[in-house]
Write a protein that binds this ligand. Structure first.
Ligand code: NAD
Ligand code: UGA
Length: 465
């Protein structure tokens, strides 16, 4: 079996950056080059001050600092990195299609295809190509067809190695993954050798019992399945949260009671304003599309309901704000604490905050946002992308501030949308004093429970109670 000495990763995003940084740190004998067409992103990864790397992820700067320049490199020279590597990870984005066939559902594979064509064009030696991006089941077939029909007679092995890290805990997830999944051509000796080469890389720090090898289709489909199951749990508990509000049950108590059943388990039962993030929605829509394309309408409808429930939870939360504020928020200042889709990340893709803000802006509220890690430029980009109103209008109606107390001063209501730890450390008495009365607080994350804010005078709404 060929020993891997040079790895190339195409795509320096939330997955490519952290996964390759950890591989480089744990495998000092392998040169790892992460390439991207986004020059700004690569420049940020190479920033002298390691705190300025383009994604906020606890623990990552230290890992990058150790490996960068030693055996971890970030570059825009995609061709050179492909040429040198024996193993190439494709870690580019696979967003939901916004045009044509499968619009709004299918995964857009154009970036994947471009990578495959570039690899085929550049490669002069045999390569192992690893799908790191989340892909529809049977994408490896398309990759193989492109690589084999347009290449220079070079031999390619295609592996699927989906990533299961969660943002905000990426470093710990990568250090100690529950499992590493490697799918490949189990039928041939070359296929098995390629899989073993990748197993060898991970075995530098992951127990072999935790490295699963499967056929390539199982691996591709397992990734979509894992995300669908996780998201389904959140939608399930969110569905119960609405029923709790009507019946006097408390969703936290229900979650605890069912979570102690070892068959159910306690994780992913936190009721919230709705799940966000770049993948849950995209991957379920993709799953629904695949099921439909095989004529499996019952399967498709089953999974689509997870998304429908999530959309309902987001708009239900925003509608509760309007209803509680005497059926109108027009001209009222509403402070949004948190914009990221979860704590400890600066990623905002599909964040519930975007939809809550949009709803409130439609109701003519004056929205003021504070998030400890998300820039104003990103917040406006997210809103502009929705296309509900002009960019000028968004900037007129919504303000982004750098201090939480400024966001809350004179507000009629506060909506807490991300579970940042710092929110629980604020001087809530001071915040209450400076607000309009009654001072409404809508906790979309249930992180202020212990603070007894009702005693200070807040009128508090918590999901699921
Ligand atoms: P991202 O958008 O942060 O990064 C993708 C990068 O690929 C971008 O920087 C883009 O410029 C680059 N790129 C696109 N086409 C390119 C090309 N032809 N050549 C060079 N660079 C190119 O995306 P991400 O969040 O890192 O996700 C990547 C994949 O991993 C997706 O399929 C996603 O579903 C999957 N995934 C993401 C997560 C997560 O937590 N974000 C977790 C598991 C899996
Ligand atoms: C998720 C999966 O957890 C990862 O395993 C997967 O690799 C990744 O998607 C992916 O494929 O991109 P991520 O989206 O980063 O990771 O974060 P999660 O912790 O899963 O949270 C997703 C959303 O669900 C967040 O908005 C979070 O606040 C929400 N959530 C999560 C809840 O509302 N309640 C919960 O109990 C758990």
């Amino acid at each position: 079996m060929k020993k891997i000495k040079n790895i190339c990763c195409i795509g320096a995003g939330y997955v490519g950056g952290p996964t390759m940084a950890i591989i480089a740190q744990k495998c000092p004998h392998i040169n790892v080059t992460v390439v991207d067409i986004n020059e700004k992103r690569i420049a940020a990864w190479n920033d002298e001050n390691v705190e300025n790397i383009p994604i906020y992820e606890p623990g990552l700067p230290a890992v990058v600092k150790e490996a960068r320049g030693r055996n971890l490199f970030f570059s825009t020279d995609v061709d050179a990195a492909i040429d040198q590597a024996e193993m190439i990870f494709i870690s580019v984005n696979t967003p939901t299609k916004t045009y044509g066939m499968g619009k709004g559902m299918a995964a857009d594979l154009k970036f994947i295809e471009l990578c495959a064509r570039q690899i085929a064009r550049v490669a002069t030696t045999d390569k192992i190509v690893v799908e790191k991006s989340t892909l529809p089941v049977r994408t490896a077939e398309a990759l193989r067809s492109i690589l084999e029909n347009t290449g220079n007679g070079v031999k390619f092995q295609i592996l699927s190695n989906p990533e299961f890290l969660a943002e905000g805990t990426a470093v710990e997830d990568l250090f100690a993954p529950d499992r590493v999944l490697i799918g490949g051509d189990v039928e041939t000796e070359e296929g098995r050798a390629a899989m073993e080469a990748l197993v060898e890389v991970y075995a530098n720090w992951v127990n072999r019992e935790n490295i699963l090898t499967t056929n390539v289709w199982s691996s591709e489909l397992s990734k979509l399945t894992a995300n669908a199951f996780l998201a389904q749990r959140v939608s399930s508990i969110n569905a119960m949260s609405e029923l709790c509000e009507k019946t006097g049950a408390d969703v936290n108590e229900v979650a605890k009671a069912i979570g102690m059943d070892s068959r159910i388990g306690s994780k992913f039962l936190k009721s919230s304003v709705g799940f966000g993030g770049s993948c849950f929605q995209k991957d379920i829509l993709n799953l629904v599309y695949i099921a439909k394309s095989y004529g499996l309408d019952a399967v498709a409808d089953y999974w689509e309901q997870v998304i429908i429930m999530n959309d309902h939870q987001k708009s239900r939360f925003a509608a509760t704000i309007v209803k509680t504020l005497f059926n109108t928020v027009s001209g009222k200042k509403i402070a949004l604490l948190g914009w990221a889709f979860k704590k400890d990340t600066n990623d905002t893709r599909e964040s519930a905050a975007i939809y809550v803000a949009d709803y409130l802006l439609n109701e003519q509220a004056e929205v003021v946002v504070y998030d400890p890690k998300v820039t104003a430029a990103q917040i406006f980009a997210d809103l502009d992308y929705l296309g509900s109103r002009s960019p000028e209008e968004n900037r007129r109606l919504l303000k982004v501030v750098a201090k939480p107390y400024e966001a809350c001063a004179d507000a009629h209501a506060i909506a807490l949308l991300t579970e940042w730890d710092e929110f629980a450390t604020y001087d809530w008495e001071k915040i209450h004093t400076n607000m309009m009365k009654p001072a409404f607080l809508f906790d979309g994350r249930g992180i202020l429970e212990e603070l007894q804010l009702e005693e200070i005078g807040f009128k508090k709404y918590r999901i699921g109670r």
